[in-house]
Design a protein around this ligand. Sequence first.
Ligand code: RRO
Length: 302
Amino acid sequence: MLKINLCGVDFKNPVFLASGIMGETGSALKRIAKGGAGAVTTKSIGLKPNPGHRNPTIVEVEGGFLNAMGLPNPGVDEYLEEIKKVKDDLDWMNVGVIGSIYGKDEEEFAEVAKKMEKYVDIIELNISCPHAKGYGATIGQNPELSYSVCKAVKKAVKVPVFAKLTPNVTDIVEIAQAVVDAGVDGLVAINTVRGMAIDIKAKKPILANKFGGLSGRAIKPIGIKVVWDLYENFDVPIIGVGGIMTGEDAIEYMMAGASAVQIGSGVYYRGYDIFKKVCDEIISFLKEEDLTLEEIIGIAHE
Ligand code: RRO
């Protein structure tokens, strides 16, 4: 009932793990796969190992989490060893792999994408991390840079390429237009929303990086509006992400135009098997309303 096809790739369900959560090791990905995810997205991986920002890197706030991890990862060569350890198990469970990658420029993006390609079903370009100077949103807030990174990766690999967008822009359609013009196969929206928290006793910002990205319940209406705008303007598939905790949240994103969704912070609130729970809740709704999954995608625009 929940099977979907995105750009020629079949998934058993449209409820995926978002990048950045439980995606740093093969065993963590496998744990999420066992929780019922239709696909798992890796932590964003770069060319070389990166220790990330100093601690504290994450703090719970009202409505979610503020993080400034700073792209910590072991580098693509070592990371591929992690994926190789569990790829057969993921295939056996029929769970797709989305490889999230980052780089400082188009050459680096293309190099990492080429190394990843063999082990993933989709490449997700992180041009949206809100707190990594020179990376992420530095690229994704600039239409020309976004275009050249997407173009270079599209030229380098054959698997479908999705661009993950930042909501921290004045005009999301302008950025999306640039990446669609560069030939991306789909869009992922949204990455975290820039934010900050201050420890009033210490009289200084809580995160070592001072500011970070807000995820969780608080950002769902922002994500819904971005997905809505993307669906109104483009024909490529959209993966919705931001504040999804329940099947109802997922359905809301789908009605705005998402073909699939990703869950990150929700894993903390509802456990590793949130994916199965959300799938069951989507199925109940579809039965109650006598609708198919396909029918609800974008239905709110009609
Ligand atoms: O690693 C991070 O700090 C991070 C990344 Br790459 C991202 O894309 N979004 C986010 O909120 N944190």
